[in-house]
Design a protein around this ligand. Structure first.
Ligand SMILES: NC(=O)c1ccc[n+]([C@@H]2O[C@H](COP(=O)([O-])OP(=O)(O)OC[C@H]3O[C@@H](n4cnc5c(N)ncnc54)[C@H](OP(=O)(O)O)[C@@H]3O)[C@@H](O)[C@H]2O)c1
Length: 427
């Protein structure tokens, strides 16, 4: 057998702990796959109690010692967009070590710079676990689904949001109530902002665009909306129209540029993405005449994420060290984003209005001014003088046209709450 592959692990939390457990419990089988023994030679965490289960001799006290250890591969599992994580990765690459990471925030922000450094030194920088946990989407886009090019990616990339939306649909409870439950059950963080605000999905979508379209991941050019404004009523209306609401990361090639956004969307019931429930993730990759492909699986958790990390380690052990984003990082293009508001689809619109004569005509008039035409409409119940919901489905139009009409409509004294607009995704 070849010389052992020496591994240093920084961060022994959920993912790092899982990696150590799997390497220990399945060492022989994994070494068989790798063609060489996989040996942990250094490990570090802020919390020394996490060294139990490890050979005490491998414990080191700081990240600098990880980067300067005898390891061939440094596995970064401490997390964080800036600060210690990118510093560790940079120092490790400069010290001639391959790097495996699960850190989407760091890769979305610093991935290109780190990949350039890795490639200059002929080292691997791998990040399968950073997108959709156990689903091998990074490897699939990087090493397989490139022949005809990718025309669109649509993904449910955040298990917390998908769990919340699934529970809201199943129970009819509000976003706030379900979020509290999700926090109690450990499916949502104490500070859920990054998940429910769409930021986590944005990190993953940025990485997918790099892999799929050969462009530099760009967080700043992305429109990002979360799920906090979705109501049980929206979910129930969606069902009535034959749709389910999902938080999607969307990247589509359009004649105006790359349409890149994170937002709740109506997805046709019965299509693969609509059926992705609970904490699961799902991704559809349209690969022109070779596609589409659909992936579904666990997007987080100890075992799926450790699986992805170790698969990357095994790849390195076998000598598979191609560029992080599939093409040399220095050749990644600066993406041309489609102009804000140019995304085009039918839209679901919900208005909370006073049930008074003329309200419908007023809304229809504003929509017509923006050339937004209505395909169908529901007004549920009658409560003269009180608030009722009016829901409309538009024909295909642009986000900018709907947003323009809604701004005027929201200013009406007959409209009692900000209108809700949700695009309807065809697939
Ligand atoms: N959990 C998942 O299911 C999952 C899925 C996909 C990707 N990821 C990514 O995987 C990475 C790790 O996530 P995780 O869930 O395993 O996090 P975690 O449970 O919080 O583990 C991180 C560990 O690293 C330690 N740490 C942080 N900064 C350190 C430093 N400067 N020096 C030494 N130790 C440090 C932490 O200590 P303290 O607790 O004291 O801070 C903690 O023990 C993140 O980038 C995350 O986004 C996680």
């Amino acid at each position: 057998m070849n010389a052992p592959l020496k591994i240093a692990i920084a961060g022994l939390g959920t993912v790092g702990g899982g990696v150590v457990k799997a390497l220990t419990a399945r060492g022989e089988a994994l070494s068989g796959r790798a063609g060489r023994k996989l040996e942990i030679v250094a490990a570090c965490d802020r919390d020394e109690s996490k060294k139990s289960g490890l050979d005490a001799r491998v414990w080191v006290n700081d990240l600098h010692a990880i980067a300067q250890s005898a390891a061939d591969v440094v596995v970064e599992l401490i997390g964080g967009e800036n600060g210690a994580a990118p510093s560790l990765v940079e120092e490790s690459l400069k010290a001639g070590k391959h790097v495996v990471t699960a850190n989407k925030a760091m890769m979305a922000r610093h991935g290109v710079r780190l990949a350039v450094l890795a490639e200059e030194k002929n080292l691997a920088l791998k990040f399968e676990a950073a997108v959709a946990g156990g689903i091998p989407i990074v490897k699939s886009l990087r090493e397989s689904l490139f022949v005809y090019g990718v025309s669109a990616i649509r993904g449910i990339l955040n298990g917390t949001c998908n769990y919340i939306l699934t529970q809201m649909e199943a129970t009819g409870r509000s976003f706030e109530e379900v979020l509290k439950d999700a926090q109690r059950l450990g499916y949502a963080e104490a500070d859920p902002t990054l998940d429910v605000g769409g930021g986590d999905t944005a990190h993953k979508l940025a990485l997918l665009t790099g892999l799929a379209f050969g462009v530099k991941p760009d967080l700043d050019g992305m429109a990002v909306q979360g799920i906090a404004h979705i109501t049980p009523e929206d979910i129930s209306f969606a069902r009535e129209f034959g749709y389910r609401i999902k938080l999607l990361g969307i990247a589509k090639i359009t004649p105006q540029g790359l349409d890149l956004r994170v937002q709740p969307a109506m997805v046709n019931a019965g299509t693969p993405l609509a059926d992705v429930d609970g904490v699961f993730n799902g991704i559809v990759a349209d690969t022109k005449q070779a596609g589409p492909y659909f992936f579904e699986g666990r997007g987080a958790g100890e075992a799926p994420t450790a699986n992805a990390v170790i698969a990357d380690i095994v790849d390195i052990a076998r000598g598979n060290r191609g560029p992080a984003f599939g093409v040399p990082a220095a050749s990644l293009l600066t993406l041309t984003a489609a102009p804000a508001g140019s995304a085009s689809s039918p839209f679901y619109l919900r208005f909370q209005v006073l049930d008074v004569p003329g309200v419908l005509a007023e809304i229809a008039g504003h929509l017509a001014k923006w050339r937004v035409s209505i395909e169908s409409m529901i007004q549920r119940g009658r409560a003269p003088g009180e608030a009722v919901s009016i829901v409309m489905i538009t024909h295909e139009t642009t986000h900018a046209a709907v947003a323009g009409a809604l701004e005027t409509i929201a200013a009406s004294d007959k409209v009692v709450a900000p209108p809700c607009m949700i695009p309807m995704e065809a697939k």
